[in-house]
Design a protein around this ligand. Structure first.
Ligand SMILES: *Cc1c(COP(=O)(O)O)cnc(C)c1O
Length: 356
C-alpha cells in the first residue's frame, strides 16, 4: 500500500533524495566505496559539501558576509551556541512553544534575557502580538515555525535590532531577507535531510564580540575557518541534504516550494474549516503554520479521535497523531509531501465523517 508520510520529524524526504542516498551507500561517486566508509577529507566528499553550501547560498539568496555551516548536535545545541557567540549583555525572545521555551532557558545561562511575550497560558495556540522589541538588545530571537503547536511567523520581523531565528521546521518554505539576521539555524530532519546535521547561517561580523572564553567547537569562527571540517562533519546527512537541495533547485527554487506549500496547506485548512467533526487548534489564519497543521475533534466527537487515527493508518496515512501536549492530530506538510497525500488525508476525513 502506498504510504503517506505525515511525521513531524524525522520526516518525509523526496524519493530522489532517498534513492540517491541509497545508491551512495553502495557506491559513492564511482569510488567503489560506500559513503559510509570514505574520508570526509576525500576530494569526492569535499565536492559534496562545497556544492551543498553553494546551493544553500543560491536558494536562500545568502548575501556576502555570511557563512553557511554544517554542524552536529541538532538545533538544541544552537540554543546555547547562539548565546555563547552572540549574547554580550541582553537578548530578547518571544515564547511561542516548547522549542522557543528551551532556547530561552539556555540563553539565560549566558546573559540577561527579556521574554517580551508568551502564548503559553493558552497552550501556544497563537503568535503573541503588540509587544515592543527594545533597541538595546544584542538580538531578538524567535522560532519561525512552532512544530508542535502549528503556529508560524511567515515573515522576517521588523525590529530595531538584529534577528536570530530557529527555522528548523520551515526553512526552504519561503524567501528570507537574510540581511536582517545575525544567525539562522535549522536542524535538517524536518525539511532537508535525515537527522544528524544542522545548518547555521551566520553573519561573520557578528562574531568575536563576546568576552567569555569559547570552547573551540562552540566558536562559530572555528567552523567558518575550517569550512565545517574542523572535526568530522555528519557525512551522510550532508550527502542527503545535497540531493534535496538539487531537487529544490530543479523544482524551481524557493518561490515554487512556497507556492506548493501554500496550496497544500490551503487544501487541508479548508477541509478542517468546513468540517462538522474537526476543528483547527490555531484559529487566527495569520498564525497558522503551512508546515504543521494541528487539529482536533469537536467536543461532541472527542471520543472518536483514536478511531480516526486507526482509520487513517489503515489507509496508509502515517504519523498524524498529534503531539502529546496538543492532542488530536498533526499533519506535517513538509516540502517533500505531495499534494496527493494531502488529498488522501482530506478524503479520509470526509469518509470518516460520513460514517459517523
Ligand atoms: C525539531 C525542532 C527542534 C529540535 O531539533 P533537534 O535537532 O532535535 O535538537 C528545535 N526547534 C524546532 C523549531 C524544531 O522543530
Amino acid at each position: 500500500m502506498k504510504k503517506h508520510n505525515f511525521y513531524a520529524g524525522p520526516s518525509i524526504l523526496s524519493q530522489q533524495t532517498i534513492k540517491a542516498t541509497a545508491d551512495a551507500v553502495l557506491n559513492f561517486a564511482d569510488t567503489g566505496l560506500s559513503i559510509l566508509e570514505v574520508s570526509h577529507r576525500s576530494k569526492e566528499f569535499q565536492a559534496v559539501i562545497d556544492e551543498a553550501t553553494a546551493l544553500v547560498k543560491e536558494l536562500l539568496d545568502v548575501p556576502a558576509g555570511y557563512s553557511v555551516l554544517w554542524l552536529g548536535g541538532g538545533a538544541s545545541t544552537q540554543f546555547y551556541m547562539i548565546p555563547m557567540n552572540l549574547l554580550r549583555t541582553k537578548a530578547a525572545f518571544i515564547d511561542t512553544g516548547t522549542w522557543a521555551h528551551n532556547a530561552i532557558k539556555e540563553a539565560r545561562l549566558f546573559g540577561e534575557v527579556e521574554v517580551l511575550a508568551t502564548s503559553e497560558p493558552e497552550n501556544y495556540t497563537f503568535i503573541p502580538k503588540g509587544y515592543t522589541v527594545p533597541a538595546d538588545v544584542d538580538y531578538f530571537h524567535y522560532t519561525s515555525n512552532n512544530t508542535i503547536y502549528g503556529t508560524e511567523m511567515r515573515y522576517d520581523p521588523d525590529v530595531p535590532c538584529r534577528l536570530v531565528a530557529d527555522m528548523s521546521s520551515d526553512i526552504f518554505s519561503r524567501p528570507i531577507d537574510i540581511s536582517k539576521y545575525d544567525a539562522i539555524y535549522a536542524g535538517a530532519q524536518k525539511n532537508l535531510a535525515p537527522a544528524g546535521v544542522t545548518i547555521v547561517i551566520v553573519r561573520d561580523d557578528a562574531l568575536g564580540h563576546v568576552d567569555r572564553p569559547l570552547p573551540t567547537m562552540i566558536d562559530y569562527r572555528t567552523h567558518i575557518k575550517k569550512g565545517s571540517m574542523f572535526n568530522t562533519p555528519p557525512v551522510l546527512p550532508i550527502y542527503s541534504a545535497l540531493q534535496t537541495l538539487r531537487y529544490y533547485k530543479e523544482l524551481g527554487g524557493i518561490k515554487e516550494l512556497e507556492r506548493r506549500d501554500l496550496e497544500k496547506a490551503a487544501v487541508l485548512y479548508d477541509a478542517i474549516d468546513s468540517s462538522k467533526m474537526f476543528v483547527g487548534t490555531v484559529t487566527d489564519p495569520a498564525d497558522r503554520s503551512i508546515m504543521n497543521v494541528c487539529f482536533v475533534m469537536k467536543p461532541e466527537y472527542k471520543e472518536l479521535e483514536k478511531d480516526f487515527v486507526d482509520f487513517a493508518t489503515a489507509r496508509g496515512l502515517v504519523g498524524i497523531k498529534g503531539h502529546r501536549s496538543v492532542g488530536g492530530f498533526r499533519a506535517s506538510l513538509y516540502n517533500a509531501l505531495p499534494l496527493e497525500s494531502v488529498k488522501a488525508l482530506v478524503q479520509a476525513m470526509q469518509d470518516f465523517e460520513a460514517q459517523h
